[in-house]
Design a protein around this ligand. Structure first.
Ligand SMILES: *[C@@H]1O[C@H](CO)[C@@H](O)[C@H](O)[C@H]1NC(C)=O
Ligand SMILES: *[C@@H]1O[C@H](CO)[C@@H](O)[C@H](O)[C@H]1NC(C)=O
Length: 454
């Protein structure tokens, strides 16, 4: 019994310890923008005024002032700061005029300048698994209170009374507005874990591995990207060996996204089948038309077998999952597979296999971002190995073919790969992030997107 329990628990433990394949670092730049735009979107000013006008059970009106109205709420100035281990401290400085009929009968105006402060604790929503802010300890600090009554008509005791009443009443008026703003910020995480398509072949979604952490200068969200084939199988990323880490030299206050090479590898596994290509066209890119005569220059037996030139047809099959590697400034796509060359025959007749080569080559990847997707464009880096698996045209020296094969890959194969890669890889959607201004850097075992705000 105990053993079964342990097996179940240990299984759970290893499952939950997923290595993050993507790290998101949110600096103050993005948090400021988010809270500001949430303030605008939530119409906080109108809300504050509306809240103030409402009669709520349990909230006493300001004694001695009737017909209470709030007008001229000033544009709030928001100051945010990170609280390590907790979240964000928020201070909203604003001012407003409270009008009413005074206890002495006349119209009264109270001009209040105040700070509303609250701690926005960063949590992980239990239901959705998304990051969520929850405000705690909302307080209203009166910076100044002025009335239109001459000071001699407002004895100290009344003044004191006014202060203490405002202290009691204002949090009820102002704090719901702070909460309303957070609702808007929280909503902007909604699509983070939604599956996003990679062409027709699968989806990617980003799931939080743990509660986001807050330091003195950023919030870090560790994400476990789930790559799934259209048929529903999940592609597990290979163990990266080393933990994913941000390089240290980023601008203070800025935001970054780090994607591990292992995660990119898992995404490209979705496309592996599309990397199998049949090359039939006679005129290929910059190459002249490819016939058995072209090959005869390297393999004399081809000339004997085909005195009349026949067009070449090639089949390239990738038989191992493609892998992405990254070293500072350089990222490669490794492809292992076979290249089988055929001589075409008249219509309706199957082409004849000339030879089958085992092939391993690297493509250099250039990254960019378009329409919030990571784009890759490749070019041939190196042909790492080439060996003859079978041949119907004798035992030729495969080295002689190296130059020809390289040209063939570059002109005939890589353009097809680049076409396939145009689907783009989806990036995590959160807080209205516009990735199109991001700068992409290749670092150790990862890709760093320096997120620039528009
Ligand atoms: C009100 O907030 C502003 C801006 O954060 C700050 O400079 C000021 O000291 C605060 N005033 C009080 C009385 O807390
Ligand atoms: C989430 O995705 C839906 C559908 O694409 C979109 O209409 C909506 O605006 C997105 N929400 C956010 C908060 O980005």
């Amino acid at each position: 019994m105990l053993r079964i329990l342990c097996l179940a628990l240990c299984g759970l433990l290893t499952r939950t310890r997923a290595d993050p394949g993507a790290l998101l670092r949110l600096g103050m730049d993005i948090m400021n923008r988010e809270v500001q735009s949430a303030m605008d979107e939530s119409h906080i000013l109108e809300k504050m005024a509306a809240e103030a006008g409402k009669k709520r059970p349990g909230v006493k009106p300001i004694k001695g002032i009737t017909n209470l109205k709030v007008k001229d709420v000033q544009l709030p100035v928001i100051t945010l700061s990170f609280i390590p281990g907790v979240g964000i401290f928020q201070c909203v400085s604003t001012g407003m005029t409270i009008t009413g009929k005074s206890f002495m009968g006349g119209n009264m105006e109270i001009i209040v300048v105040l700070n509303i402060t609250a701690t926005n604790r960063l949590l992980q929503d239990k239901e959705t698994g998304l990051p969520t802010f929850k405000s705690e300890g909302c307080e209203v600090i009166l910076v100044s209170v002025k009335t239109n009554l001459p000071s001699n008509m407002l004895p100290k005791v009344v003044n004191k009374f006014l202060y203490s009443t405002l202290h009691k009443v204002l949090p009820g008026l102002m704090c719901p507005a702070i909460d309303a703003v957070l609702v808007y910020v929280n909503r902007k995480w909604a699509n983070l874990s939604a599956p996003m398509p990679v062409g027709q072949v699968g989806t990617v979604k980003y799931v939080l591995t743990s509660i986001p952490t807050t330091t003195a200068s950023y919030i870090q969200v560790d994400l476990n990207p789930v790559v799934q084939q259209q048929e529903g199988n999940t592609i597990e990323p290979a163990d990266a060996g080393e933990p994913l880490e941000f390089p240290e030299d980023y601008a203070k206050g800025s935001s970054q996204l780090l994607l591990s090479a292992a995660f990119l590898t898992a995404e490209l596994a979705l496309l592996q089948k599309s990397f199998d290509v049949n090359v039939q066209d006679m005129v290929i890119g910059k190459l002249p038309s490819q016939t058995t005569e072209t090959l005869a220059a390297f393999i004399p037996e081809v000339a004997e077998a085909y005195p009349k030139p026949k067009p070449l047809v090639a089949q390239i099959r990738i038989n191992k999952p493609p892998t992405v590697t990254a070293k500072t400034g350089k990222s490669l796509l490794h492809l292992h597979g076979t290249l089988q060359m055929f001589a075409a025959r008249r219509r309706g007749r199957a082409p004849v296999s000339l030879f089958l080569l085992e092939i391993h080559f690297n493509l250099r990847i250039q990254y960019s971002v378009r329409e919030d997707r990571l784009q890759m464009a490749t070019s041939l880096d190196r042909l790492l190995s080439l060996s003859r698996a079978s041949s119907s045209v004798g035992t030729f020296n495969v080295k002689e073919l190296t130059g020809f094969i390289k040209g063939y890959l570059q002109e005939a194969y890589i353009p097809v790969i680049n076409d396939v890669l145009q689907v783009g890889l989806p990036l995590p959607g959160f807080l209205d992030m516009n990735y199109n201004l991001a700068e992409v850097d290749i670092t150790e075992n990862a890709l760093l997107l320096d997120l620039k705000l528009d």
